[in-house]
Design a protein around this ligand. Sequence first.
Ligand code: ADP
Length: 364
Amino acid sequence: MAGVTLRNVKKVYENGVEAVQDFSLEIADKEFVVLVGPSGCGKSTTLRMIAGLESITAGELYIGDRLVNAVPPKDRDISMVFQNYALFPHLTVYENMAFPLKMRHFPKRVIDEKVTEAAAMLDISELLKRKPKALSGGQRQRVAIGRAIVRDPSVFLMDEPLSNLDAKLRNQMRMELVALRERVQTTFVYVTHDQIEAMTLGDRIVVMRDGVIQQVGSPDDVYAHPANAFVAGFIGTPQMNLLPAELRCTGGIYSVSLSGVSLPLGAEAGRALAERAAPPQPVTLGIRPESVELLSAGARGLPAALSFAERLGGSVNLHAAFGAGELVLSVPAERAPRAGSALTLGLPPEAIRLFDPQSGASLF
Ligand code: ADP
């Protein structure tokens, strides 16, 4: 068992691409950390450096307290699962799973024990005699995970392991990974571009963009307090509304003006803004779709008109046009008004986030 520490790790490829810049992170023993971000942000490169499949241009990488920059992959005590399962087609499920142990000359009895145990854990005991071509995509991915588990690695690395599966199977495997994680007491580093996977699997998530860490935190924390407008927009579906507004302060009371409607801010926001802001100033107002309230006609709020409703079954995303733009709110299906309806929207002070329109950094 071991944690993983990256100190100022950098990767520049031979073609000059700076894939990862100054990456520092301490992953605790048995922690499940998810690297998430759009395609090309440097997630896989980071994972491959931990695995030893990619050299490190600068910085230090420790597994446990051992500096491993120059240690070959096979001596790092890690296992890796890739998007394409890379099973041997001519070997049975049993032989595929036994392979890494055979390579390490484990006794037959031990191999048998470990493969049987892993197969039971992954619910593939019935499939041990089959060849990969006789398996579904989900079953193949389970075998690939099984092959990684049998080695009892200190660190388990997974690179988009579910992205080849269809949506339903992906949801199912995601839940199985949550259960697996309870049973396999090891450190996980998991790469995905899918923010839902990141939110549901990670103890902590690391949001990356252009090779740079944007934020590290628990899923709840990142969701509630995104460090900048990029994270705010990336984590959450439908995404957080980001609207141009103006911050004001009258008699020590902070408010934000959106299309001429003044929205009061809470005392907590006031304390934070007293240090960071110089009103009046333009800001980007952020609010999650589920936080926007549908008020009764005549209430004090933001007047808007329903442009269209996106029906999702149990809930509906309402696209509402107001003076300067459009925002999305999600409401239970039974509360959805008719298209064209006039709406009055409530933006609760505690749900409002503010960002600097230039840098994107969070002001509150
Ligand atoms: P992600 O996993 O987030 O999609 P990658 O780590 O694969 O991102 O890639 C990060 C950046 O490095 C991208 O700009 C990509 O084009 C570049 N890159 C990845 N692998 C190589 C390589 N072997 N040689 C040169 N550039 C690479």
